[in-house]
Design a protein around this ligand. Structure first.
Ligand code: SAM
Length: 195
């Protein structure tokens, strides 16, 4: 384990538990989940351990030094997801979409490969100051982890995300605001189904 991984371990653990406590509400035992933008796989491994679901990761980057064991990972070019239509019970994008160069294409692909359920975790903001905080913390958190990760700051307000999901014909079943880390930013979970 590298020094940075060891220092980050309690933080990764805290964050994974916060995400798990919400995402487990939408997962049924045996579900096959595609985690798009899987990153180091830490959250996926926690989900797989605690929910009796099976997780497949996919990402545009392979973070070899941080990557966990036990969650398979496919690397692709960020365009067409290399899986057939309806091949997963759930597509999940955990703090993914604001990193995508073309978030509409990625969301469309997530919908295509899911039989029904789509789970999105995102950062949201209410005003210019919160937008500034999001940019600041997104840069610090992700640049300490990777110099390659795209950071296009595709942040949206809660109502803008709702509009985006409506345009993609997704039905919003449940949404909740929470804090994945004790920082002055708002995190939002969305549980959506295909109409
Ligand atoms: C903030 S990290 C989130 C990682 C993980 N889901 C988590 O919450 O711990 C965003 C991830 O999205 C990935 N990413 C960016 N654009 C992508 C795309 N078009 N398709 C798939 N993954 C992408 C990045 O490489 C990175 O691993």
């Amino acid at each position: 384990m590298s020094l940075i991984t060891r220092i980050a371990e309690p933080i990764r653990n805290y964050r994974a538990n916060k995400i798990l406590n919400i995402i487990k509400l939408f997962i049924e035992p045996g579900d096959l989940i595609l985690s798009v933008g899987d990153g180091d796989g830490y959250v996926s491994r926690r989900i797989q351990e605690k929910s009796n679901a099976q997780v497949q990761g996919i990402d545009i980057l392979h973070f070899k030094e941080y990557r966990v064991q036990g969650i398979p990972l496919v690397i692709y070019d960020g365009k067409e997801i290399p899986f057939a239509d309806n091949s997963f019970d759930i597509s999940a994008g955990v703090f993914l979409l604001h990193h995508c160069q073309n978030l509409e294409l990625t969301l469309q692909e997530m919908i295509r490969v899911s039989k029904k359920k789509i789970i999105i975790f995102e950062d949201v903001f209410n005003n210019r100051l919160e937008h500034y905080f999001l940019r600041f913390f997104d840069t610090i958190e992700n640049r300490t982890f990777s110099t390659e990760m795209p950071i296009p700051y595709n942040f949206q307000t809660l109502s803008q995300w709702k509009e985006t999901f409506k345009r993609f014909d997704l039905k919003l079943i449940y949404t909740v605001q929470f804090r994945a880390l004790p920082l002055p930013v708002r995190n939002q979970a969305f549980y959506l189904v295909k109409n």
